[in-house]
Design a protein around this ligand. Structure first.
Ligand code: HEM
Length: 558
């Protein structure tokens, strides 16, 4: 257990330009649990056996990604090269020097408001305990504090009674009929993206896919406004002092004024939408029921208003804003990293295109296709394993608790490192390899329950993502439609793809790709249709039903 439960001391209010480190913590470089873009800091695994709690605080300025610097190119997975071994040796030496206290700096800055410790969890059983078995014993802690300015009491940061009531109301809004209706919208939005890529392919221009994916997944409000507030949330999470709360500073700082203006635009837009939708609901004669949906406006907002819950406009705004942010940034990141991974594995891309050609042909995807695009689904499953969004889940203990053998006190801040869990060599064969085949096509859709909490793409327990089915279909539709029409290669001469993490894992300089139109191969019967092979012991309808139940089950149990 000890190796999966690590303690990190860091003063949230220290200046992130110096290297601070507690003498009492033995540190070894590790995969990143968080690595914020605005500083060069990241988190290290600290052996809990040698950790002395309550020691002086530390800030460690050194970044690591799977034992490598986050400024390294992202791995190709698999075999270690000589350079990697040399690099690892260098890191081991550096760690020893850090542990010896050579870089320890006394915190004389005067801006340290006290020590802060974070417990990093990389153990499936403990993750399950925190997320599910003792979920009531934990709140969102720091996350709620950071997100308050933008999400207010929305579902992600909310705790206690407000969370319970809102979750009960919002989850039914994402019922199967609603998600099925959304598939048409996903298709239309992706088709618009295809048109842009068509133009780029004709002009021979490279495209930056990450920003295109962000636009694809954000279709309600002006991208710039939402982005500004989102970036601000990330920066606030690592800021040494809460400048946004300083009375005069917040009014004169150009940056803070820009954030306030962006936030106002988003709020006004959402309030306006709420007002329009309220009028529509007042005028309609539909009866509210379990699978209620207004065909003209099948939006979540419409559902929430029609449900007749006595809810304030402020709460609705918070809920909408939460879903807007939660539902667009994550899906865009999933698509970005999926295309990055595919560019490194042409054989996976070929297999994917073969499936999409045979299932879709030239049609727009439908809800029925979701069950048939099995390999496409596995590609997304595997991409979510290698690049989990978000890479950590944040909690704070509401009471004393025991994690495995390790007692913790009330008020402990905990990061469940999904990144560590998903890439642990003790939990996975070929942990760093992009291998969609690891998920059998005739098996269930992998989730936290059937993977015993070593796989947490959508979290787990009562606070599991409510948009899992929505997001899965959205990414499957986009992936299928794009690879059916185009081939994608990393652009020649583009900067190396480097990752940096905040709320989600981003690239630092985008994902620059060359897009070419596919010349469609003649459709000939293929002997390599193993992707669609059916277990003779189960009839197709049985299997489809199992798949559907699994998805419905996931949505209902989230
Ligand atoms: C691939 C895309 C997505 C990924 C990887 C993802 C991942 C997650 C994860 C891991 C959590 C759990 C957070 C925690 O336990 O602290 C979560 C929560 C949440 N997600 Fe998603 N999500 C995605 C898409 C969406 C979409 C499309 C929506 C909205 C329609 C959404 C809405 C939410 C909400 C509201 C919560 C908070 C639930 C609660 O606390 O009760 N997500 N998501």
């Amino acid at each position: 257990m000890a190796s999966h439960l690590t303690l990190l001391h860091a003063p949230p209010l220290s200046i992130p330009t110096k290297t601070f480190h507690s003498k009492h913590i033995a540190i070894k470089p590790l995969k990143p649990t968080l690595n914020f873009p605005s500083s060069s800091s990241s988190f290290f695994q600290c052996s809990s056996k040698t950790t002395h709690r309550g020691s002086s605080s530390s800030f460690i300025a050194y970044s690591s990604s799977n034992g490598r610097s986050s400024n390294d190119s992202v791995d190709d997975a698999g075999v270690k090269s000589v350079e990697q071994l040399v690099e690892e040796k260098k890191r081991a030496e550096l760690s020893a020097r850090i542990a010896s206290g050579e870089f320890t700096v006394k915190q004389e800055s005067g801006l340290n408001f006290g020590p802060k410790s974070f417990l990093i969890v990389s153990d499936p059983a403990i993750a399950k305990h925190i997320l599910k078995d003792n979920a009531k014993g934990y709140s969102k802690g720091i996350l709620a504090e950071i997100l308050d300015f933008v999400m207010g009491k929305g579902l992600i940061p909310a705790d206690g009674e407000i969370w319970k009531v809102r979750r009960r109301t919002i989850v039914p809004a994402l019922h199967l009929k609603f998600v099925a209706a959304m598939i048409g919208l996903f298709g239309q939005a992706t088709d618009r993206l295809c048109k842009k890529l068509d133009a780029a392919a004709s002009d021979g221009e490279d495209v930056e896919m990450e920003s295109l994916f962000s636009r694809l997944t954000l279709d309600i409000i002006g991208k710039a406004a939402v982005y500004t507030v989102l970036r601000e949330a990330e920066d606030r999470s690592v800021s040494p002092i809460p400048v946004w709360d300083l009375p005069i500073w917040k009014d004169i700082s150009p940056r803070q004024r820009k954030v306030a203006a962006a936030l106002k635009l988003v709020n006004d837009t959402l309030n306006n939408l709420i007002a329009i939708c309220k009028r529509m609901v007042d005028e309609e004669e539909l009866q509210f029921h379990e699978e209620y949906m207004n065909e003209q406006d099948p939006s979540i907002l419409h559902f929430l208003l029609a449900s007749g819950d006595d809810v304030t406009s402020k709460q609705l705004r918070d809920d909408l804003m939460t879903m807007l942010i939660a539902g667009h940034e994550t899906s865009a990141a999933v698509l970005t990293w999926t295309f990055y991974l595919l560019s490194k594995e042409p054989s996976v891309m070929s297999k994917l295109q073969e499936e999409v050609d045979s299932v879709l042909g030239d049609r727009f995807p439908t809800i029925e296709d979701m069950k048939k695009l099995k390999y496409t689904t596995r590609v997304i499953n595997e991409s979510l394993r290698l690049y989990p969004q978000p890479p950590v889940l944040i909690r704070r203990s509401l009471d004393n608790d025991v994690l495995g053998e390790y007692p913790i006190k009330r008020g402990e801040d905990i990061f469940i490192s999904v990144w560590n869990l998903h890439r642990s060599p003790t939990l996975w064969d070929g942990a760093d390899k992009f291998d969609p085949e690891r998920w059998p096509l005739d098996g269930p859709n992998p989730n936290e329950t059937n993977q015993n909490f070593k796989y947490l793409p959508f979290g787990g327990g009562p606070r599991k993502c409510i948009g899992d089915m929505f997001a899965s279909y959205e990414t499957i539709v986009a992936l299928a439609m794009l690879v059916r029409r185009f081939n994608f290669q990393m652009a020649i001469g583009a900067p190396p793809v480097v990752m940096t993490t905040g709320a989600t894992i981003h690239t630092t300089q985008g994902l620059n790709m060359t897009v070419t139109r596919r010349t469609k191969p003649p459709i000939v019967p293929s002997l390599q249709m193993s992707t669609l092979e059916v277990d003779p012991s189960i009839s197709i309808s049985d299997k489809e039903e199992i798949g559907q139940k699994d998805q419905v089950y996931q949505a209902q149990n989230s």
